[in-house]
Design a protein around this ligand. Structure first.
Ligand SMILES: NC(=O)c1ccc[n+]([C@@H]2O[C@H](COP(=O)([O-])OP(=O)(O)OC[C@H]3O[C@@H](n4cnc5c(N)ncnc54)[C@H](O)[C@@H]3O)[C@@H](O)[C@H]2O)c1
Length: 373
């Protein structure tokens, strides 16, 4: 009988006590892979992660370690708010470690490209979270594109956001640094990184951007119930021109109340049909089922527009989006398989955020040139 080879792989999980670190990266990705007996990469080989939890707060780490069957932890070093990423990733590259990190990789494209160049020079493998690509709703959209459901696509409209409480009297559901520019906050830097890889991968490379940012809520209350001034943008309205002629428009806001199917919806319009994707579900309306509305405000609307859409069935089983990308990265490190979502791809996201901010300040369209390889 053939023996199973276990490839053990140590992972220093820096920033693991944070929202993303604890929930998505540890519990729903790495710990979930461990619980399923590792990641099968061939009939006789499995990859088994051996994480080390790293943070500043020993108590938080101890609690998290308990939730994950007593994983080892240390308070040696920590980071992982956006503004601390560059120095820490540099340290890890200098130590010869492979890198897998959150987005945005930096606050400016020059720094993001420097990380890419350093990793390339050091010969370490590198990957960055581009989780939205593995959301069930977006995977369904991808299948529709690949099977030519839309005909010629001409328009993509993204609506992202929800109400983030100010912190007082109702507690906030996002960290306070998100609302302070000086701490790496701001919705443009946060979300345009995501829109870049979603657009580039599904609809065509982003070639130009027009963006308007704003701060809707000028004061919030932090984790210690202290008021602070919001110095970062908390809503942004951005239009993108894509290679191939598609026009995309994304509204991103932490100051809006949801009356739509999900926290993110992406509507795609094509000559033969339209679709609306949420995080998990996707609804379609083909040409042959398209209603024929007539403008007449003097009567009640006779069409219930929601009735004219069909929910895409579950044709596959879908795992957690972060876990799926982690699995691809682990395979890349251990088996040398392809992995496209690297520090250069991440730099493209930072570039779009930077160009978006430039467009806002200049009140003008800004081109998005190709980054060096
Ligand atoms: N891929 C996604 O969809 C997604 C979603 C949200 C956030 N993010 C990214 O993940 C990162 C973390 O976001 P989060 O929402 O989990 O934030 P968070 O505030 O919950 O976690 C941040 C972590 O950094 C640590 N930290 C904070 N200040 C520090 C300091 N001064 N020195 C050292 N460590 C410090 C905290 O202890 C915590 O472990 C951000 O870069 C963010 O852009 C990605």
């Amino acid at each position: 009988m053939s023996q199973t080879t276990i490839h053990k792989i140590g992972i220093i999980m820096n920033g693991v006590t944070g929202r993303m670190g604890a929930n998505q990266h540890l519990m729903r990705s790495i710990f979930a892979i461990m619980q399923q007996g590792g990641l099968a990469v061939s009939p006789t080989e499995r990859i088994m992660p051996e994480p080390l939890l790293v943070g500043r707060n020993a108590l938080k780490l101890e609690q998290l370690s308990k939730r994950a069957n007593g994983l080892p932890f240390t308070t040696d070093f920590d980071s992982n708010t956006t503004d601390l990423r560059v120095p820490n990733v540099k340290k890890a590259i200098a130590a010869g470690k492979h890198i897998y990190c959150e987005k945005p990789t930096a606050g400016a494209v020059a720094e993001a490209m420097e990380l890419y160049e350093l990793a390339k020079k050091a010969g370490v493998k590198h990957g960055v979270v581009q989780d939205k690509l593995w959301l069930p709703g977006l995977l369904k959209l991808k299948t529709l594109i690949d099977t030519n459901f839309f005909g010629r696509i001409f328009c993509v409209k993204g609506e992202f956001g929800y109400w983030v409480f100010e912190g007082h009297p109702v507690s906030a559901q996002r960290p306070s640094w998100n609302y302070r520019k000086q701490d790496g906050g701001g919705i443009i830097l946060d979300m345009l990184c995501h829109w870049r890889y979603v657009l580039d991968n599904l609809f065509g490379n982003v070639e130009a951007v027009s963006c308007l940012g704003t701060t809707c809520i000028p004061q919030r209350w932090d984790e210690n119930d202290k008021p602070y001034a919001c110095t970062a943008d908390d809503a942004a309205y951005a239009t993108f021109q894509l290679a191939g002629g598609v026009i995309a428009h994304f509204n991103s806001s932490w100051c809006t109340r949801v009356r739509r199917d999900d926290l993110l919806t992406i509507q795609v319009d094509g000559t033969l049909g339209s679709a609306v994707a949420g995080l998990r579900n996707c609804w379609v309306q083909p040409y042959g089922a398209t209603p024929r509305p007539v403008w007449n405000p003097d009567i009640e609307q006779p069409i219930n527009f929601f009735d004219g859409w069909q929910k895409v069935p579950e044709q596959e089983t879908y795992d957690n989006a972060f876990k799926l990308e982690w699995e691809l990265f682990l395979k890349h490190v251990v088996k040398g398989t392809d992995f496209r979502w690297d520090l250069r791809e991440a730099a493209k996201g930072v570039q779009l955020a930077e160009k978006g901010i430039e467009s806002w300040h200049k009140r003008a369209w800004v081109d998005v040139p190709e980054l060096p390889r």
